[in-house]
Ligand binder design. Sequence first.
Ligand code: PLP
Length: 433
Amino acid sequence: MTEAELLARHRAVLPNWLALYYQEPIEIVRAHGRHVTDSQGRTYLDFFAGILTNAIGYGIAEISDAVRSQLDTGVMHTSTLYLIRRQVELAERIAELSGIPDAKVFFTSSGTEANETALMLATQYRRSNQILALRNSYHGRAFATVGITGNRGWSATSLSPVRVSHVHGGYRYRGPFAGWSDADYIAACVQDLRDVLQTTTSGDVAALIAEPIQGVGGFNVPPDGLFAAFKEVLDEYGILLISDEVQTGWGRTGEHFWGIGAHGVTPDAMTFAKGLGNGLAIGGVVARGELMDCLTANSISTFGGNPLATAGAAATLDYLLDHDLQGNAAKLGDRLLAGLREIGARTDVVGDVRGKGLMIGIELVEPGGSDPSPATASAVLEHTRERGLLVGKGGLHNNVIRLAPPMTLTGEEAEQALDVLGESIAAVGKGHT
Ligand code: PLP
């Protein structure tokens, strides 16, 4: 069966709104290291890692062995009605890594469920259904999470009744504070937070939820310290801070194990998913014990933290820490950023290059101007695929190329990707001499 035939069958039975990449979508059938192979036998260097999920790459023996030994017990699933040793052990490790005092962990099977849980805890704890979120944010695709998402590309058709107010604080390339210094930007965002609290809420807000670096929104990096400045205001009102670490956790940002680490503040809760299972479905919330224990009605996630997923997650965590992949993300992230800035300076279609560690965004603009150019981003995506490199796309205007390779990336692979990106961007833009 050709990919075109599979695409026709896909379109017939899967929803129209399910996002697919490429004019001729590919089917990945094999993978090893940082490389994936499609059903037509073409191999690609993967710079999007299953949307930041394959944190340490494909075909890692330690992960396969851990999952296989769990499978060999015959126990794939028991539900959380019974004790799960691996779940307890993993929760202990994550609680400690979180830095949150008296932390407790609840496991889910996705980032969406993790955020739904965090919202449920915060609204119960504070007895308020008012939530603050950032403009340009993305927090998931269920009723509450899509309702607080600040990106209309994903939330426009939502009829969610959650009471959300959006504040500035993620995206610096456009908007009223574009080009401002870090200190001025932080001061302006803090003022905006105060204004929004006083004008659009009763003041009695449950939580502010934020991605330390916005993922779907285009890898937008706020100035370090922004969330500490926010926390001072939140504390005046008793509002909780939830850090959505679904993309930024596990050392991917290079500098810190959690994205919020750059801000010198301890959140009340963090949510996580994606990289932890290296492809297995696992997510969760780590929160102050008092907050976690505030629910009085029964609650369960049938699949959350199942024996198979927790076995893979524990092995992933071991691998990440034993091989200092956070350090590798910092080193190669710096090299990629420098190389991309050189590429950007040679063309008239790159408006901004930004990121931290192995989360890097390239914002594409109309030639010679600054208007967002989604068509240029789509063209770059096609060119890179033709040259054997898979990258991501995103941003409020869908004009940002997103790079997030497995954190086991090598220096040689980073150079290969830079070569391909340089050629692909040159192919769509006008060069400068
Ligand atoms: N939060 C953030 C920051 C995300 O990027 C995503 C997914 O992209 C989610 C939550 C939702 O996670 P999931 O797709 O696993 O439900």
